[in-house]
Write a protein that binds this ligand. Structure first.
Ligand code: UDP
Length: 235
């Protein structure tokens, strides 16, 4: 059984079928899934949410100052964090949103020790605003915050892909799922798991990663209990 973990969610998990925007029903379903898996365990959960359903700096901000485009992306992640908070609290779990860019009217600022105190009290801590710095993605936020708050692992949630494969399973029907890898193998084999900066940080600090399909029956609950699901990446 894990004591403290960090769950990385893509912004697209909150979106409509076209991958865009925030759909309250989709968000409510996701929140129920996470809270349902958490209930009855003592796992302390921090969540980092992305913003790709609203804005991706490099893609949507073409022609803009790249730093400005990234700041817009970070604000998008705060919108997602608030939507997820609303849905998780409706599902019956106390939460706190903490943001890397301060906006006191909507959420608490991210303060490491305060985040850890919320976790100890059983609140789900939802981290918005990425790292608060441009030229990063929320994959790096997940790694960074997991290390800061002493999470034992990052659970890297995917949709429709139940782990890491030796080639893209959507393109190659013979693609083989890999149950366990080292960080170095992921780098050397150029397997597309997460942002390279985030992966390197995980490798340097020896932080385990689990890549799994969050929408597959009971996967998250099993993971919380310490069962093997998806692909485990550790040194
Ligand atoms: N972003 C950023 N710094 C960060 C985290 C995010 O500048 O520390 C911006 C960046 O523009 C990124 C966008 O926010 O494209 C949305 O985050 P991400 O692409 O990681 O979202 P996801 O793909 O997980 O939904």
């Amino acid at each position: 059984m894990f004591k403290r973990v960090l769950l990385k969610l893509s912004g697209e998990f909150l979106a409509n079928e076209n991958g865009f925007g925030i759909n309250p029903d989709t968000t409510a379903q996701l929140a129920r899934l996470i809270i349902g898996a958490l209930d009855g365990t003592d796992v302390e959960l921090a969540v980092v949410i992305g913003g790709g359903n609203l804005w991706r700096g490099a893609r949507n901000g073409q022609g803009m100052d790249p730093a400005t485009a990234d700041y817009i992306g970070m604000l998008g992640t705060v919108m997602n964090a608030m939507a997820l908070q609303d849905a998780m609290e409706t599902a019956g779990r106390p939460t706190r949103v903490m943001t890397a860019i301060q906006m006191h009217a909507v959420a608490e600022p991210y303060i490491r020790r305060r985040a850890m105190r919320h976790l100890e009290k059983g609140r789900v801590v939802i981290l918005g605003g990425g790292n608060g710095a441009p030229f990063f993605t929320t994959d790096t936020t997940a790694t960074l915050r997991a290390l800061e708050i002493g999470a034992e692992a990052v659970f890297y949630a995917k949709n429709m892909v139940d782990g890491v494969y030796d080639s893209d399973p959507r393109k190659n029907p013979d693609a083989r799922k890999l149950d366990q890898l080292t960080h170095l193998e992921v780098v050397e084999r150029r397997l597309e798991v997460m942002d390279a900066t985030a992966l390197t940080l995980c490798m340097d600090k020896n932080l385990p990663l689990v890549v799994f399909d969050i929408f597959q029956e009971d996967n998250l609950r099993r993971l919380f209990k310490g069962e093997r699901v998806g692909t485990l990446i550790q040194s």
